[in-house]
Design a protein around this ligand. Structure first.
Ligand code: FRU
Length: 475
């Protein structure tokens, strides 16, 4: 279908549903959301000519996630975003069933976008071994808004023979004048892995290796791989599908995490340590990173998980679903990846903060919230046990070296997630109208979740032992 016909459909859909979206009390204030319909993975993250670009998987025609386009949001400070509408349409034969995820590579005055063109053939197919195409496609842009013609770079026939038709989500980087592309893949015998391609000109790509994956117990498909350096380490972040839950680990439908190691043997192999979940909450998947001009490695994730059956997002009644996370800087600390909210988020703070210091030995109730949109920092001293309650039925507790996030009715099916952790010295919470991002110990562990409490609960309740220093800003 042509762009102009898609635009007509999208406009009609907006005329019908945009008021419902915009009047929803659960629309967020400072998170990237689809203007209407559905959002999933962040795509094409980059800084270009002094602006940050965040493209994203976008289904404007339904809140349930249908045909994928790329939406586009722009920011000067990573805190305030402006939506620019549809960037890429599924308008050629090689991407007719979805402009799937991909990345951006900036060189000189041009952004090179590499994405997956998804195609589904009609007929009796399993869409794993037959009936599907996943093409690597390039488009370029000089302004992030207008795009060149699409050029198909790789097709399924260019992938190794033991791969199923699921090979997607290209992420490109440069090292010593050579370009590299990783792709997430599913082998014919259902093992997730990463493919590495090499190029000298960004247009011609040659298969190089399968540097990681094909393991037992690590899922049947690895989506959205991203490789980057933190210090002298090579980190692989990816979203494996098909891992079994193990105690408090891997409790979501699909997982998302990283492993730290190093490329060896001319990048034929990526030797990795243990797989670690990057976020412990209910809603985090398919993150993507980029390096900005200040040299920071910044990640944005999708605050949702595909195919979730144990919880819901009531916003679908108002024709929208999902959001992205706030941008977080990645820091390697003792081989562990910490996520720290980017400093620019302080631009969101309104007026002066409220500060309190309380002894946790008795029940404390502080009437400090004026809305659901706030930043809350709590520092704990001499405290190895605490219980914090906010937003009606959200409980954050720490006891016996276990930190727990529990939601009641407001979770719409989200119940409990937990992580074993030695000590919790600080907790920083970014709360928006329907989301919470909770950072323990400056990003050592993070919990991201959607939350749909009915009213504005102004109370913060605490008890435990030791002393808590609290600071709160309206955002
Ligand atoms: C991850 C993912 C990607 C794919 C995209 C389609 O959430 O499944 O693998 O490219 O979403 O929207």
């Amino acid at each position: 279908m042509l762009k102009i016909d898609f635009d007509k459909q999208i406009n009609e859909c907006m005329n019908k549903n945009l008021d419902a979206v915009n009047n929803d009390r659960w629309r967020n204030k400072y998170h990237i959301m689809a203007p209407i319909g559905w959002i999933n993975d962040p795509n094409g993250l980059c800084e270009f000519n002094g602006e940050y670009h965040c493209y994203y998987q976008y289904s404007p025609l339904t809140p349930m996630g249908g045909l994928k386009f790329w939406g586009h949001a722009v920011s000067k400070d990573l805190a305030n975003w402006e939506d620019k509408g549809v960037a890429l349409y599924p308008d050629i034969a090689e991407d007719k069933d979805g402009v799937y995820s991909g990345s951006a590579f900036v060189k000189d005055d041009t952004i090179y976008f590499f994405y997956t063109g998804n195609v589904k053939h009609q007929g009796e197919h399993d869409y794993i071994l037959t009936g599907r195409e996943q093409n690597v496609i390039l488009v370029t842009s000089k302004d992030g808004i207008n795009f060149s013609e699409k050029k198909v770079l790789l097709r399924n026939t260019d992938f190794p023979e033991d791969m199923s038709l699921h090979v997607r989500d290209p992420k490109v980087w440069e090292e010593d004048g050579v370009y590299y592309m990783v792709l997430g893949a599913r082998t014919i015998d259902d093992k997730g892995c990463v493919l590495l391609y090499k190029s000298s000109d960004l247009y011609n790509w040659k298969f190089h290796s399968v540097p990681a994956g094909k393991l037992n117990n690590m899922g049947y498909m690895w989506e959205c791989p991203d490789t980057f350096k933190l210090g002298d380490k090579d980190v692989l972040m990816f979203s494996p599908q098909g891992m079994e839950a193990e105690g408090y680990k891997y409790n979501n439908v699909y997982q998302c995490g990283y492993a730290v190691g190093n490329f060896v043997n001319d990048k034929k192999e990526l030797k990795l340590g243990e797989f670690v979940e990057i976020d412990r909450g209910f809603d985090f998947y398919a993150p993507q990173t980029f390096e900005d001009s200040k040299g920071r490695r910044i990640v944005i994730g999708w605050m949702g998980v595909p195919d979730a059956i144990d919880h819901k997002n009531p916003t679908i009644d108002n024709f929208w679903q999902h959001q992205l996370t706030i941008p977080r800087e990645l820091i390697l600390n003792n081989n562990k990846v910490y996520q720290v909210p980017v400093i620019e988020l302080e631009n969101l703070r309104k007026g002066n903060s409220i500060k309190k210091e309380v002894s946790l030995n008795e029940d404390i109730t502080l009437d400090i919230f004026e809305s659901n949109t706030f930043e809350l920092n709590i520092n704990f001293k001499d405290s190895n046990e605490f219980n914090v309650e906010l937003r009606e039925d959200c409980k954050l507790s720490f006891k016996n070296k276990l930190f727990k996030l529990e939601l009641g009715k407001s979770g719409y099916g989200r119940d409990m997630r937990a992580v074993e952790i030695e000590a919790v010295d600080s907790m920083r919470i970014f709360s928006d109208n329907s989301s919470l991002e909770i950072f323990l110990n400056n990003g050592e562990e993070v919990f991201s979740t959607r939350i749909y409490n009915d009213s504005i609960d102004t109370l913060l309740k605490l008890r435990g032992n030791g002393i808590a220093t609290i600071e709160k800003w309206n955002l």
